[in-house]
Structure formats: structure tokens, C-alpha cells
Design a protein around this ligand. Structure first.
Ligand SMILES: Nc1ncnc2c1ncn2[C@@H]1O[C@H](COP(=O)(O)OP(=O)(O)OP(=O)(O)O)[C@@H](O)[C@H]1O
Ligand SMILES: [Mg+2]
Length: 285
């Protein structure tokens, strides 16, 4: 395509189509349920007729493939190494969601270089017009690229558990975000709560600490219970939401997604999408 045709195509895409809302799912402490919550919420959002892309951003250590029981051939590591197009690595997954695999195996752990980042950003910009939501599962590592993506999305969903170590790490993470990206919306979910009260207390503590010390409002999305269906589903390599739709955790997840979409509506138009512009400004500094 000529440069001019390419420009025209971009202009038309922007003018006549949607721009995806970008979400990052993060935690302070690892292993608190980010990937499971990402995949299952994505499925629930897709069931409401929205187009969802899950981007496993735990580069080199991703496990969304494993959670979905898929052995994807192409992933973000191949994309960088073999100069693939982003369309080559977007899988139309089961349950009506699309996803990009992070690749697995330590050999593939890599920091994105400038050239790949530029290419990725240009292609992500196109992709944004094809989806309603792009959800980044951020993994546990706090690499430079991870943090930049994190600070560029509109909505950040922080996952904690009721454990004190998880709570303090969630607080540190939210503090970092609220200082470096004050305009981002912060949402909070408490996962693996044995009792409702324990979950409520966890959410309230974090919410009031954020208000008191950083003057930042965070939106509590809800509490997910400790539920053995999660482990069972993981072992079967099926998402719990589709495998056990009547389990306690699926019912709660449903509520959380509803809360998120309700909150999201309030911002939808007031905050136009700055995701790619922000990312560019980070990488071109
Ligand atoms: N609500 C829950 N009830 C019971 N077990 C859970 C629950 N949530 C998560 N788990 C357990 O925790 C494990 C880790 O979950 P998951 O992989 O989603 O965490 P993660 O935050 O993505 O981890 P990482 O930081 O390594 O990316 C699951 O395989 C499951 O066994
Ligand atoms: Mg994970």
C-alpha cells in the first residue's frame, strides 16, 4: 500500500470505528489470580456481545495458553524475532475472545527493543479499532516495558488477597501508579477471600489508605471467594467461568464484571483514548 493509501485507511478506520478501552490487570505480589481473573472476565465481557482481546504481557512466562488449553504457535517473542505481523499472533480463541500469547520458556524472556516497540505500537493502534476492550495481563515482573504499558492504559485493575503481604504490595503498586499516572482509573478486587467480611475489610483498608495518604479514590469492584473450582478448572485447562458457571466464584465474577462495565460507562466519552499517544511519549523520551 502506498503511504497515502495507508494514511487514508488509518483515517477512515479511526473515524468510523470504535477505539478499544485499555485495561491492565496487575498486582503487587505474584500468584494472586491475575491471569485467571483476566481470562474469565474477558469471557464474561465477550458474552455481553463485546469484542475483547486479551494480551498476555507476561512475556516469556505467559500462561494464558495453559489456562485456555491452547498450544499457540506464534507469540509476542516470535513477533519480535521473526518480524511477524500482529495479525499473525492474534488468536481467535475459544469463548469468543481473541488473545495474544506471551510465549513460554525462560529462553524467550526479553525486553522489547526500540524498533519492535515502535512496530508494536503502530500495529496496536490499528488493533484498537477492532476491539471494544484490550486487557493486558501484566504478570509479576516489573520491567520497564511493563510499567510503561501499565501507566498508559485507562483502567488499572489491581488484584489483592486478604493476606497482609499481598495488601502491602498492592498498596505499594497503587501508590506507584497514582504518583506516576494520576489520571488513570484504579479499580480493586480482593481474590481468595475465605469470608465475605475478610474481603470487605481488605478493600476498605486499601481504599481508605489510598484516600488518606494519596488523596486518590479507588473503585472497589468486589470480592472473589476462595473456591476449589478455580484449581479444578486450571487442571482441566478450562476457564472456571465456562466450566463451572454455577460455582460461587463465577457468580461473583459476574457481579464484578457488571460493576466494572457500569463504572466504565461513566468515563467512556469523557476520557477519549490516549493509550497509544501515552505509550509513544514514554518510548520516545
Ligand atoms: N479464588 C481462588 N480460589 C482458589 N484458588 C485460586 C483462586 N484464585 C487463584 N487461585 C489459585 O492460584 C493460582 C494462581 O493463579 P493465577 O495464575 O491466576 O495468578 P497470577 O496472579 O496470574 O500469577 P502470576 O503472578 O504468576 O502471573 C491458580 O492456579 C489457582 O490454583
Ligand atoms: Mg499470571
Amino acid at each position: 500500500m502506498s503511504d497515502q493509501a495507508e494514511k487514508l485507511r488509518k483515517m477512515l478506520m479511526e473515524k468510523y470505528s470504535k477505539t478499544a478501552r485499555t485495561i491492565a490487570v496487575v498486582s503487587g505480589k505474584g500468584g494472586v489470580g491475575k491471569s485467571n481473573i483476566t481470562v474469565n472476565s474477558a469471557i464474561s465481557i465477550a458474552q455481553r456481545g463485546k469484542k475483547v482481546l486479551v494480551f498476555d504481557f507476561d512475556i516469556g512466562m505467559g500462561n494464558i495458553d495453559v489456562l485456555l488449553g491452547i498450544d499457540s504457535q506464534n507469540n509476542i517473542s516470535n513477533y519480535i524475532k521473526n518480524n511477524l505481523s500482529i495479525n499473525d499472533i492474534v488468536y481467535t480463541g475459544p469463548y469468543n475472545i481473541s488473545y495474544i500469547s506471551a510465549g513460554n520458556g525462560f529462553a524467550e524472556v526479553l525486553e522489547l527493543d526500540q524498533t519492535s516497540i515502535r512496530r508494536l505500537l503502530a500495529e496496536l493502534e490499528d488493533l484498537q479499532h477492532l476491539y471494544d476492550f484490550i486487557i493486558f495481563d501484566m504478570g509479576a515482573g516489573a520491567t520497564k516495558t511493563n510499567l510503561q504499558v501499565l501507566l498508559s492504559v485507562e483502567d488499572i485493575i489491581v488484584i489483592t488477597t486478604p493476606e497482609p503481604t499481598s495488601i502491602t504490595d498492592a498498596y505499594s503498586m497503587m501508590k506507584y501508579i497514582s504518583i506516576n499516572a494520576p489520571e488513570n482509573n484504579l479499580f480493586l478486587i480482593c481474590n481468595r477471600s475465605e469470608r465475605e467480611k475478610e474481603g470487605k475489610l481488605t478493600l476498605e483498608r486499601l481504599q481508605s489508605a489510598m484516600k488518606k495518604f494519596l488523596n486518590k479514590d479507588i473503585h472497589s469492584l468486589g470480592i472473589l471467594p476462595e473456591d476449589s473450582h478455580v484449581r479444578k478448572a486450571v487442571i482441566r485447562q478450562e476457564p472456571f467461568y465456562s466450566e463451572f458457571p454455577h460455582s460461587p466464584i463465577s457468580a461473583k465474577l459476574e457481579q464484578i464484571v457488571q460493576n466494572y462495565l457500569g463504572e466504565n460507562k461513566k468515563y467512556d466519552l469523557s476520557q477519549t483514548n490516549h493509550f497509544i499517544r501515552k505509550l509513544r511519549s514514554f518510548f520516545e523520551r
